[in-house]
Every structure is written in C-alpha cells, then in structure tokens.
Write a protein that binds this ligand. Structure first.
Ligand code: 6SG
Length: 208
C-alpha cells in the first residue's frame, strides 16, 4: 500500500507539482478522483478543513492546502534544502511561485477572454524574477545544490505557461535550461509522458 492518498478533481490544477515530486522521488501514491457533481453534493466538502481540495493522507495524517502538502512531502523526501537557511529560501521562492500561480488562476477562471493578452504581455516581468535567481545558482535549481519542492512547483507553472504562450520562455535562457534539466530527470520524464498525466486537463474550466 502506498503511504499517500491524493484526493482531488480530474484536473492537474493544484496537484501537478506534488505529483511531479512523488514521481521524481520514485514514490507511488493512490488517487481518489472526485467528480464535480459528486463534490457539489457537499458531503466531502463539509469534511475538508477549508471546504476545498486537494487533500492528501499520509498514514493517519490528513492535510489540505496544496503548499502545506508540498512542504510536507518536501520534508519527507529530502526536497527542502540542506539546512534552515536553504529551507527559508525555498519557502520564499515557493511563495513567489504561488503569487504567479494565483495570477494565472485568476486569469484562467475569471478573465480568460478579456485578460489573456494583457496577462501574456505582463508575463516577462514576472518570469524575469525567476530567471535572475536561476541564473545566479550554478546547480540549476532555485536554491542550493539539490532539487526542492519549489523547483517542482516552478516547473509546473512554467509548463502551464508554455501551453498558454509557447514562446514565453524564449528570452529566458536560465528558465529554458531549468525546464530542460527538470523534464530530463528520468522518473519525472516517465510521469510527464504517462497517460495518467496527459489525460488530465490543466484547469477545471477547460481553458489553458
Ligand atoms: C479548486 O482552490 O480544480 N481548490 C479548489 N474548489 C471547489 O468548492 N489554497 C488552496 C490550496 O492551495 C486552494 C484550493 C483550491 O490547496 S482547484 C476547490 O476545492 C470548491 O471550492 C481548481 C479546480 N477547479 C475545478 C472546479 C472548482 C470550482 C469550479 C471548478 C468543483 C467543481 C465545480 C465546482 C466545484 Fe469546481
């Protein structure tokens, strides 16, 4: 029995990064996929701390909030830096990724038709911040010398943005190298190439 059970909708959404980490770390997991109409009945929602998914069970520990889950998995799988200083820098970078993710989600769910062009126009300003950090760190990762949960989260956001705007990384060599390095990691590559991953839409409203 794998120790983790991920409960979520049939979308990549907020579970992409945690699945990247688990697959890259050679860790299996079980999935409970909740159909939207089932969710709308409200019974499961009522049991979730904030009334939302994803939820991850690790033995008798039950967690919601995707970034808390990422941190937990990062602790369990040595993807949270080599010391407290690196862990704090990883937190900082992950919060930066979350800021971009929230802008993306707002555009996708609330203003795709009216706001997509403006979003793409402003995107280089956001991406340039991650470019600068990666360009400074010789390992190719965001922080220190090994992969962290923030790397998986950044990768997931970047892959989604390449679907939104295929040329968006063309002026960012460090981001391009980061995506190439991460997606070449054999176990992660196998997951990215799998039907389990490819069959899921990125977002719950079909926009991408
Ligand atoms: C939505 O936002 O899929 N959870 C979402 N929506 C259902 O009743 N801060 C936390 C975190 O980081 C955010 C959780 C996140 O974990 S994810 C959730 O639980 C709710 O609030 C994106 C996603 N969307 C699919 C979906 C949600 C709303 C519209 C489409 C479910 C299906 C139809 C209605 C509810 Fe639906």
């Amino acid at each position: 029995m794998p120790p983790y059970t991920i409960t979520y909708f049939a979308v990549r959404g907020r579970c992409g990064a945690m699945k990247f980490m688990l697959s890259d770390q050679g860790q299996e997991w079980k999935e409970v996929v909740v159909p939207f109409d089932e969710w709308m009945k409200g019974d499961l929602k009522a049991t979730c701390v904030f009334g939302q998914l994803p939820k991850v069970q690790d033995g008798d520990l039950e967690l919601v909030q995707s970034n808390a889950i990422l941190r937990h998995l990062g602790r369990n799988h040595d993807a949270y830096g080599s010391n407290n200083k690196e862990a704090s820098q990883i937190d900082m970078m992950n919060d930066g990724v979350e800021d971009l993710r929230l802008k993306y989600v707002k555009m996708i769910y609330q203003e795709y038709d009216t706001g997509k062009d403006k979003y793409i126009k402003e995107l280089p300003d956001h991406l340039s911040k991650f470019e600068a950090v990666l360009a400074k760190n010789k390992s190719g990762f965001l922080v220190g010398g090994k992969v962290s949960f923030a790397d998986y989260s950044l990768l997931e956001v970047l892959l989604n943005h390449q679907v939104l705007c295929p040329t968006c990384l063309d002026t960012f060599p460090a981001l391009k190298a980061f995506v190439a390095m991460m997606t070449a990691r054999p176990k992660l590559k196998a997951f990215l190439d799998s039907e389990d991953f490819k069959k899921l839409p990125i977002n719950g409203n079909g926009k991408q």
